[in-house]
Ligand binder design. Structure first.
Ligand code: FMN
Length: 251
C-alpha cells in the first residue's frame, strides 16, 4: 500500500475483528517496522509484549472484540540497566520522571509505527487504554499476568490487531483552531468555540453518533465521557500511581 493510502486508511477498528489469524510473517514485519521509529538517544527505552489468542487478549488487556493478537508497549529501562550492570558501569539514573516521559514517548512512537505498518498490510487496529482503566483492568494485575518487572517498566498502551469484520467508518478530525497554534498558544474565543461545536456536531463530519441525544456533544459530555464518581477516579489513580512509583523506585 502506498503511504497516502495508508494515511487515508488510518483509523480504528470500532467493532469486532474476525477470527482470521495474523500470520507470523506479518507479525514479524510489524515488529521489525515498529522498532524503526525515532527514540531518544537511540536507546529504545521501551519493550513490546506480544499477547496471542483472543481469550488472552481479552483477559489480559480488559478489551478484546475478538482480536487474535495484541501488543503491549511498555516504557522500559530494564535492558539498559542490565547491559550496564553486565559491563560494570555504575547504576544509571533512569529512575526519574524525565526518563519515564522519554520511555513513554519512545513506546508511543513504536506503537504508532506498528499501527501504520499493520494498516499497510490491510490489518486493522485498536489502541486501548483499558489497561489503565480499573473497572476494566487493574494495571497491577496485568503486570503480574505478563510478569512485567516491578522496577523501571510501565505498560503504556495496548494495541489490538486483527482483520475487520466489515467496513469501519473513519472518524472526523479537527485540523486547525484549538489544535494547531501558529507561533504561540492562542486561547479559543467564543466564536472559535462555537465553530468547533458546530463542526463536531455536524453528522457529515463523522465525529460520532448522537445515541438518542440531541447532538453528539450532548452524548459525549453527559453519557460517553460523563464524569466518573470521585471515588472511582481516585481508585484508578491509586492503582496507576502504585505502579508508577515502582518505575521510579531508586535502583
Ligand atoms: C490512548 C488511546 C486509547 C484508546 N482506547 C480505546 C478504547 O479503549 N476503546 C476503543 O474502542 N477505542 C480506543 N481508542 C481508539 C480511539 O477511540 C480512536 O482512535 C478515535 O475514536 C479516533 O478514531 P480513528 O482512530 O478511527 O480516527 C484509543 C485510542 C488511543 C490513542
Amino acid at each position: 500500500m502506498e503511504f497516502n493510502e495508508v494515511l487515508n486508511n488510518l483509523h480504528t477498528t470500532h467493532g469486532n475483528f474476525t477470527d482470521k489469524p495474523i500470520s507470523e510473517a506479518d507479525l514479524q514485519f510489524i515488529l521489525k517496522s515498529s522498532v524503526k521509529g525515532a527514540n531518544a538517544s537511540n536507546r529504545q527505552s521501551y519493550s513490546i509484549i506480544i499477547i496471542r489468542g483472543a481469550e488472552n487478549v481479552k483477559n489480559i488487556t480488559g478489551c478484546g472484540y475478538g482480536s487474535p493478537l495484541a501488543l503491549v508497549f511498555c516504557a522500559d529501562y530494564n535492558r539498559i540497566y542490565k547491559v550496564g550492570e553486565r559491563l560494570g558501569y555504575p547504576a544509571s539514573d533512569y529512575d526519574n520522571i524525565f526518563n519515564y516521559l522519554t520511555g513513554h514517548t519512545d513506546a508511543v512512537i513504536a506503537a504508532q509505527t506498528a499501527v501504520m505498518t499493520a494498516i499497510s498490510l490491510g490489518i486493522g487496529n485498536m489502541y486501548t487504554n483499558s489497561i489503565h482503566n480499573l473497572p476494566r483492568k487493574d494495571v497491577r494485575e496485568l503486570c503480574k499476568q505478563l510478569e512485567i518487572p516491578e522496577e523501571h517498566c510501565f505498560p503504556v498502551i495496548a494495541v489490538l490487531l486483527g482483520y475487520e469484520d466489515g467496513s469501519h467508518p473513519k472518524a472526523g478530525k479537527l485540523t486547525d483552531k484549538g489544535i494547531v497554534h501558529d507561533g504561540k498558544y492562542k486561547p479559543l474565543t467564543t466564536a472559535d468555540t462555537d465553530e468547533i461545536i458546530a463542526k463536531v456536531n455536524n453528522p457529515a463530519n463523522h465525529f460520532g453518533d448522537t445515541n438518542g441525544c440531541k447532538d453528539y456533544l450532548e452524548y459525549y459530555y453527559t453519557k460517553w465521557q460523563a464524569p466518573k464518581p470521585r471515588e472511582m477516579t481516585e481508585k484508578i489513580d491509586n492503582a496507576l500511581l502504585a505502579r508508577l512509583k515502582m518505575f521510579l523506585k531508586k535502583a
